[in-house]
Write a protein that binds this ligand. Sequence first.
Ligand code: SF4
Length: 680
Amino acid sequence: MLKFLFCDLTHTGLGINNNTFPLGLGTVASYLIKSMNEKLKYEIIKFPENLNDALKREFPDVLCMSYFAFNANLSYEYAKYVKTVSPKTLVVFGGPNFSLEKEKRKTFLKNHPAIDFYIKWDGEYALTDLIQRYINSGLDITNLKSSNFISDNICYTYDDQYLEGDDKRVTDLMNIPSPYLTGLFDNLFQYPLTPTIETNRGCPFSCTFCNDGHSLRNAITSKSVEFVKEELEYIASRTNHPAHYNISIVDLNFGMYKEDLITSKMINSIIKKYDWPNRIEIAMGKSQPRRLVEVANIINEAKPGIMKLAPSFQSTDIEILKNVKRKNISMDQLIKMRDWSQQDTTLEFFTEIILALPGDSLIRHYKTLEDCIDKLLMNSIDIHQLTILKGSEMETTYYRDLYKLNSKFRVYVGCVGIYPIGENKFPCAEIEEVVVSNKTLSFKEYIECRIMNLLVKIYIDHDPFSEILGIIKKSDLSVFEILLLLKNQILSNYSSLTDLINSFIEGSTKPLFDNLKEINDFVFDFDNIKGYESGKYGQNELSTHRAKAYVENLDDLYDALKDATILYLKNKNLISRDLENYFEEAVEIAKARKFNFDNYKDAIEKEISFDFINADKLGFIIDPQNHKIKRKKVKLFYDEKQLIIIKDMIERYGKNTLHEKGKFYQKGNTMLMNRQISYI
Ligand code: SF4
């Protein structure tokens, strides 16, 4: 009986980096097992330590490894080791981290001789075909390769030749058994991994920065609602760790298709039946805005705040969108989405933005942020740097040259560690290529944009300062202009905040290397990996500096925001004594409402002369004049449900280091973690 190891490795040096069930690898494995009538032995492996233990027990006949930007070097180090000790083991890699240019694919395989075969695109049918051929060759890799066979999606080198089959997709997802329902993933429930499902595969869009943007991926294939329901029920009955309380739906455009309405109703009933999950991670569609809202409303009805309304658009600039072949929901429709959605203060109205896309500039980036904050009133914003992914159109030489993409190299956030291999250990990190300037954006402007991005994460993401900024929204004034005032005039009055910005700039620029060789030489070193693990060489600068700001500089953050808001209103002749009084009180109430790692159990008492209880219900989008009350005592507290959410989050992400706290603020819906207010 053939012995297989299926590995979807994750780095663990800074906690589990890719903490999800390996769905892609799981479906490839489950189809192979079905096709071979279960005549094989196998293990599914996520962690390097487990792989090393498995190899100590026995080298497999076949080693299958998923290959992503976040586990590329780690996977290849083990493949090299396996090939050295057990040359007869067939080593097969697969995954999206593979260039669209044939010449680069060939060079890659020549430079990675431990990989016998690489499967491009969907792997289910191709791996099964390859294994059948391997068996027919008498389990002899040279025999197999020397036949010079050509088969869909299978790429390999032999002698000096590079051979590859046509590009093919799986077009009937219902033909692939579920790795959950077949018990393939049962063993993984002992680990803190987030269950992952897909209801469909494919994307009709063509974004040049994405490795799902290729025309081959345009057709959509779906699973039935019954299939997905069975999977969800299976998972729900096995959850035993806070990591299992989330679920990730990896559809590329959830909510965009008619069937998603039926799926969302089914999910609503699952939530009510199992009180699970606590959070649904999704990427929503880029058209059908009414349907997206309906889907979010249906699911959030079962548990408010469980799922984002997430019409991600990356940029609102027409020219940039044309350059990256991105189609978005129109601005008019985006504005309507908020009105169509449930008016619930826990709803995350979310988008992702990418800095330094082709055609981007400081003015265009700021305009996109202003659109998100002032026009759309978005309260959940992720801002990414542009990374060049293998397998995307952006990685092609033609495209890079067209927009003069100037990139540098850095360690992929969270992808570092020191791992066992045989009786030894090795240092390892993943490298990513980020664009730091282009034809229309200088490096200096890029840094200015990054500083603004930090302010957006601190002040806007998850509405942590709604008590102050709500009145600006109520008056149709510009919150973004307040951020500009903060950045350009106010922050320098606060030495702690100046230090924060300087540390952020240093952390964002110092770990950038000019070329791949330099950074590879640097990171494959024990001491330097320890430096990354300790934070000496930087981590996720946006998330750690946001956490640092909340944990170490909260008073100054509030004072600076108050100064900027008052200055802004003064400049418009809109400030009054009453408003200044409101801000004084709002800051006190806001500090007491906010989650604090050091004290989240005790209730806090305050006195108020504005009706903050009603203001809270309105998301603080109020005119304080209409909320004046006779001075009263209030208590601010967490209810049982909130304490459970907080406990789960702390267990999941930790609370000891800035890296852990950064993840905590980044991954959770912290709008669910504001203390409630009631009169005493
Ligand atoms: S970024 Fe999203 S919409 Fe664009 S191609 Fe990729 S998956 Fe599709």
